[in-house]
Design a protein around this ligand. Sequence first.
Ligand code: GAR
Length: 217
Amino acid sequence: MTSAPKKKFAALISGRGSNMASLLAAAEKPDFHAEPTLVLSNKADAPGLSVAERAGVPTKVISHRDFASRAEYDATLDETLKEAGVDIICLAGFMRLFTEEFVTSWTGKLINIHPSLLPSFPGLNVQQKTLDAGVRVSGCTVHFVDAGTDTGPIIGQAVVPIDPNDDDASLSARILGQEHKLYPRCLDLIAQEKIWLEAGRVRYATDFRIDQSLSLP
Ligand code: GAR
């Protein structure tokens, strides 16, 4: 039996790129169903770029500062990703909002990771807001991107308990540890077409097995 060709993914970063690194590391395993084809940053000084270069993955910088409008920037991004033959875009700390045109053009193929249990705590400074709210659990979410900010259909979540002594740094680190497990798992399932987006809802293949540790249905 011949296996299906691997899906090609791009990781979009703006900084450290530790989630991107976790995707690249997972993709080195022969049984992973996606392969990296591009790491793209809107910032030339993003530390994650050198991580990708060391891993032998092509990198590209498209600075938003070189474009007069969000529409022009997103059109160039769209063209670049399509030219690279990208099937799935993984946002990995890519700190930019997209135009509706871009989101529509990649619906079902554009995924993001966020360091909270969405729909709680969207936006920025998430871990501090989580601590300020006094909730006892937090976590991370991988979701399909829609036109809103951190609002798209949820693919998978991992729960992280909050310690009474946690501060922003300690909670962020504990959540990040789960992000690095959740994101590769979600990408692999999408690449295998075990999870997909249909009419605005996340659908799961009937032979899908529950993974209790990551709270995936
Ligand atoms: C991660 O915690 C990711 O969840 C968050 O930025 C960090 C990037 O770290 N993303 C968002 O807040 C998106 N709304 P990384 O560059 O080391 O992957």
